[in-house]
Design a binder for this molecule. Structure first.
Ligand SMILES: Cc1ncc(C[n+]2csc(CCOP(=O)(O)OP(=O)(O)O)c2C)c(N)n1
Ligand SMILES: [Mg+2]
Length: 889
């Protein structure tokens, strides 16, 4: 049996130990820390070879990473900055408390920003750069529920007025209010990044920093030293998305990325790690991944105590405390700290014997000390070759006292007792009378007050105000439809899939001299599945370090080609990460002024249901681009079974207001939709994006019909086949359109029933159009009612409609209210199965035979076809009427 490795080591020879330690001290004193580091590295290497390597440790003592000796002096005017910070704190708090006073339950958060105010204010005065010259400005992901702080500063800077603040969380009033959280959809000139759904901010920030390098390496923007700052909650770090992508910025050396984790030790219900230590835990995780970790734990007043800690007992004491205790120390005040923290050991008790309780209370945390905060940012900005995480220890509800400082209820505190308001006023020395404080009056000094002058000067020196979103019209011209000639010609006898048709369209776009460079193909390790590997060679896979190896397939034409300026983002197996890239690319028009056009192609099953919240945030960000749901359809993707066969992404996509969804059947439909999409998004600058299903079912594609069907394709429906004296109408979508066409033939040939067949490219679009018409009619009772587009197409008759798609029945059922008594929906409700298309379509009852039977039965029920004959048809066509309902199977 292997001998287990000891995890702790008893000191068997203390004399020898101290000799080694002394030797180390001597080297540091005589030759400096770098020489000592070198020797330690050598020792570790030697130890590794000799089997004596210590267990890898990514946790360092629980002290500041930057020692007092390394600190640079603060460059700003501390006194004025303190006054500005106090004003920002007050107005943020007053805005929320007042809003809740007059509209109980409207909500808002006070405590998060109070814990973060120094972190933000130091950066506002010294770091965040708005656009300066060629340097287009930093990108900042603010913590969502700290938004009151951003509004408060914008108020002082004159960007928002009192009425804006009075209408915080009152967005539907006459005077425009302020959104609860950062939402570019709601405040498009202000917010850049929606962050309040925990976990989306950190992942999106990582891919943002990466996309910035992608644009630089492809020479689409200039190389600059602009940064991506992401402010994150320590509780938020529990979301898998928060930590799930932290390897990427290390691999790609993203020193333009800075995470600032606000370690206030609390989340909503209570402590983040009451029984543990969140900073140590995160240090281990980030350092292990290769990040530069800056621990910002203790404020200046601790420096002197640490300097006196000759026994090492203070270090021992802070190292053994769990976060639940640290929280209690801040909640309970100086006397408690003396008794329970310092009092544990005589050595530590003696250290503070001559300090007052008030002095003990004021032993501040790193995140509240501007000098320490400044140095942490500086270290982050100067670090080369890797991302930095600043772990800033703070106090939740800092300054709120009894009203919520470091208390478990702090997160949700929205109202403050008068006592707490007065306490806050005194603590931050705000120039307010008792009455003004109690009524939460906003504070804004005169324009020529020193604070205001200083604040304006600092922001002017840094290029202007942040946050700000500056979306300028992209001004590109969409290519004409002719670019997709191949798709318009049809495939003749050749059977091809819509996926293949899409790849041709994408290839044509990439080659287009005008917009080719803006196309961003994104794929999470499925390019071969989708037949996209031809792009590898054509435009290369983005890899910032190039290709450091000769790929084994270098001798074949379509080899795996990685390039510094590669165009494809081959993300590996991460749909969330791919959404991060899709989001960075789809909002590049606003953040970089470059109209990037992303196409994110993925297994449709792993889109909306897996990364739906990222898609929602993408829409909020006014993102543009194309989500390509490949291998789509419950019965069209044969073989893969229950977890892969998607019959509901079109239901989910319909929930996103700016998402326009289509289920195209033919290559020309796809070409029309993509061409129009580019035009609308990038030429006409509409805030919208697309979800298109594409499939791997091979069949012949007809040429673009002679009559103009573009409007129908785009609005959601057009006729592909007219029957003579039709008795029924068949709707088909995607590959199931072929089943409808075949059903129409069977109906005519075997049962003498003529039908019209329509391709329904988008039930979602048809429904939205109908809803709009209906609303207008509801609000204009005296006027001639408007008809929706659907009615202009099938409103001229009352023929029954049999609608079949590869999606759930609810997709066509969306039209039911406007087709009273006419609609019969066939769809693929239920779990998928592994089998071939024929069997699957029979099982889900969406094949030609089932469409025939649905039509005949419907006509029979209307008295227009013999019921006995309809029953006989069920037998003739080989269907079993007694088999179980597929949705339950
Ligand atoms: C995905 C998601 N789940 C839950 C919430 C609700 N929520 C908002 S803030 C919060 C607690 C945040 O704690 P932390 O990240 O530590 O931030 P702090 O306010 O302490 O800085 C929760 C649970 C959310 N916004 N998003
Ligand atoms: Mg927290």
């Amino acid at each position: 049996m292997l001998k287990p490795k000891a995890e702790t080591h008893e000191d068997l020879n203390p004399v020898e130990t101290s000799e080694w330690l002394e030797a180390l001290d001597q080297i540091i004193d005589a030759e400096g820390p770098d020489r000592a580091k070198f020797l330690l590295e050598r020792l570790l290497n030697k130890a590794a070879i000799s089997g004596a390597a210590p267990i890898a440790r990514y946790k360092t003592p629980y002290v500041n990473t930057i020692s007092t000796e390394e600190e640079v002096p603060y460059p700003g005017d501390r006194d004025i900055e303190r006054r500005i910070e106090s004003l920002v704190r007050w107005n943020a708090l007053a805005m929320v408390v007042k809003a809740n006073k007059y509209d109980a339950g409207i909500g808002g958060h006070i405590a998060t920003f109070q814990s973060q105010a120094t972190l933000i204010e130091v950066a506002q005065n010294h770091f965040y750069r708005a656009k300066i010259g060629n340097q287009p400005g930093d990108l900042i992901y603010f913590q969502g529920h700290a938004s009151p702080g951003q509004y408060s500063r914008a108020f002082l800077e004159g960007r928002l007025d009192e009425k804006h603040l009075a209408n915080f969380r009152h967005e539907l009033r006459d005077y425009p209010g302020l959104s609860s959280y950062p939402h570019p959809w709601l405040m498009p000139d202000f917010w850049q990044f929606p962050t309040v759904s925990m976990g989306l901010g950190p992942l999106n920030a990582i891919y943002q920093a990466r996309f910035m390098r992608y644009l630089e390496n492809r020479s689409l923007i200039e190389k600059t030293d602009r940064k991506v700052f992401a402010y994150l909650g320590d509780g938020e770090m529990d979301e898998p998305e928060s930590l799930g992508a932290i390897g990427l910025p290390v691999r790609e050396k993203l020193d333009n990325l800075i995470f600032i984790v606000n370690c206030n030790l609390q989340r909503l219900d209570g402590p983040v790690r009451g029984n543990g230590n969140i900073v140590k835990e995160l240090e281990g995780i980030f350092a292990g991944a290769g990040w530069n970790v800056v621990k910002l734990l203790w404020g200046g007043p601790w420096d002197e105590l640490f300097a006196r800690d000759e026994s090492g007992m203070l270090l021992k004491r802070i190292s053994e405390c769990v976060d639940g205790e640290f929280q209690a120390y801040k909640a309970k005040g100086g006397a408690y700290v003396r008794e329970h923290f310092f009092g544990k050991y005589p050595e530590t008790a003696a250290m503070v014997a001559d300090m007052s309780d008030e002095q003990l209370r004021k032993l501040s945390r790193g995140g509240h000390d501007p000098v320490k905060v400044y140095n942490a940012y500086l270290r982050a900005i100067e670090t080369k070759g890797k991302p930095t995480v600043i772990l800033a220890k703070t106090v939740k509800g800092y300054g709120m006292g009894e009203g919520g400082e470091s208390r478990n209820f702090t997160h949700q505190a929205k109202k403050l007792e008068e006592q707490s308001l007065l306490y806050f006023r005194d603590r931050f020395q705000l120039p307010l009378t008792d009455e003004q404080a109690k009524s939460c009056e906003l504070l804004k000094p005169a324009a020529d007050a020193p604070e205001m002058v200083y604040m304006r000067e600092r922001r002017a020196a840094l290029g202007g105000s942040v946050p700000a979103r500056n979306a300028v019209p992209t001004g590109i011209t969409a290519p004409s439809l002719d670019l997709f000639k191949e798709s318009l010609q049809g495939s003749g006898d050749r059977a091809v899939s819509t996926t293949m048709a899409f790849v041709r369209i994408l290839t044509a776009l990439i080659k287009d001299p005008e917009i080719g460079k803006y196309i961003v193909p994104i794929v999470p390790d499925e390019a071969r599945t989708f037949g996209m590997e031809s792009l590898f060679r054509q435009v290369g896979i983005y890899a910032p370090m190039g290709q450091l190896y000769t790929p084994h397939d270098a001798d074949i034409f379509l080899f795996y080609k990685e390039m510094v300026n590669g165009q494809i983002l081959e993300e590996g197996i991460t749909e969330a990460g791919s959404m991060g890239s899709f989001t960075a690319a789809g909002t590049a028009y606003a953040n970089y002024g470059v109209p990037m056009i992303p196409f994110f192609t993925y297994y449709s099953m792993f889109g909306f249901q897996r990364v739906g919240d990222f898609i929602w945030a993408f829409a909020d960000s006014r993102g543009k681009g194309f989500l390509m749901g490949a291998t789509a359809g419950r019965t069209t993707l044969s073989g893969e079974g229950l977890q892969h066969q998607d019959g509901h992404s079109l239901v989910l996509s319909s929930t996103v207001p700016t998402c326009h969804s289509y289920d195209p059947a033919f290559a020309y439909e796809l070409a029309i939709i993509i061409q129009d999409g580019i035009k609308r998004m990038y030429e006409l600058n509409e805030d919208r994006f697309y979800y298109l299903t594409i499939c791997n079912d091979d069949y012949a594609h007809p040429p673009l019909p002679a009559e103009d069907i573009s409007e129908g394709v785009l609005k959601g429906i057009y006729r592909v086949k007219a029957g003579e004296g039709p008795q029924a109408i068949l709707f088909g979508s995607g590959p199931i359109l072929n089943e409808a066409i075949e059903a129409s033939q069977i109906l005519a040939e075997r049962y003498g029933v003529a039908t019209d067949v329509y391709s329904v490219t988008s039930y979602n679009e048809l429904r939205r159009d109908l809803l709009e018409a209906e609303r207008w009619n509801r609000l204009h009772p005296t006027e001639t009612p408007r008809a929706g587009y659907l009615h202009s197409v099938v409103g001229g008759s009352d023929l029954p409609i049999i609608a079949a798609s590869d999606y759930m029945k609810i997709v066509p059922d969306q039209l039911a209210p406007w087709l009273p008594g006419r609609l019969v929906s066939l769809g693929t409700d239920g779990f998928g199965r592994s089998d071939n298309r024929e069997q699957l379509r029979r099982h889900f009852e969406v094949d030609a035979e089932n469409i025939v039977v649905a039509t005949l039965t419907r006509l029979a029920r209307d008295g227009k076809f013999d019921a006995g004959r309809a029953a006989a048809a069920i037998q003739e066509l080989g269907l079993n009427p007694e088999r179980p309902e597929p949705s339950k199977a």
